[in-house]
Write a protein that binds this ligand. Structure first.
Ligand SMILES: [Zn+2]
Ligand SMILES: [Zn+2]
Length: 206
């Protein structure tokens, strides 16, 4: 299971996860673990430092840029720009020949080429389709890349398919047909196949 937001508090146990891997310490990604977890939890050092309010006993460290095997699946954490207070990573994930990238909250990926090389599916940040969502904090930039920008990354790095998840109000409250047309147009321009994720979605990778 990747991330465990506050809306999963008291509920995620029913999924019986073998392990949980965290991208960052924001409430919508980690605060479902406030009462602990019945399984090992894996996260980068910066996430453990910023995740104070959770009583997790079985903590495991993921070193950034180091492939780490968890339950037979290889996770490589790549730092992404997103928040100063809750530094985030995206994961390059592989099992057998299947390889995908998961980055639910990101403004940019520091080493994008390394993150996306040979990736079959990019699973990215649905905070905003085309409206800018960038703020300045001191010298740092925080926020979210638009879907348009992320599909541009996919095109540049040769990733054929993108799935948009963790959607913001623009997508959640938007008209589905209109959104599909908008997303389709952006994706077609970049030669990428794109779709918006839905609850319970399953994906089979060749
Ligand atoms: Zn976040
Ligand atoms: Zn988030």
């Amino acid at each position: 299971m990747i991330d465990c937001g506050l809306d999963w508090l008291g509920k995620f146990e029913q999924l019986h996860p073998n392990a949980i891997v965290l991208t960052h310490a924001h409430p919508d990604h980690a605060w479902g673990l406030q009462n602990g977890a019945p399984c090992p939890v894996h996260a980068p050092e910066k996430t453990w430092q910023t995740l104070k309010q959770c009583q997790i006993d079985d903590r495991h460290l993921i070193n950034e840029r180091t492939p780490t095997v968890i339950c037979g699946i290889t996770f490589e954490a790549l730092p992404v720009e997103h928040s100063v207070r809750a530094p985030a990573v995206g994961y390059r994930i592989s099992a057998g020949r299947a390889r995908f990238f998961y980055g639910p909250d990101l403004l940019y990926i520091h080493d994008r080429a390394a993150a996306l090389k040979g990736v079959q599916v990019y699973i990215g940040d649905g905070a905003t389709l085309t409206r800018s969502f960038v703020r300045k904090r001191g010298d740092a930039l925080i926020g979210h890349a638009t879907v348009r920008t992320q599909l541009g990354w996919c095109a540049k790095e040769g990733v054929p398919r993108a799935i948009i998840t963790h959607c913001g109000s623009e997508i959640v409250n938007g008209d589905e047909r209109l959104l599909r047309a908008q997303l389709g147009a952006i994706a077609d321009e970049r030669g990428v196949e794109a779709q918006i994720a839905y609850d319970g979605m399953k994906l089979t990778l060749p």
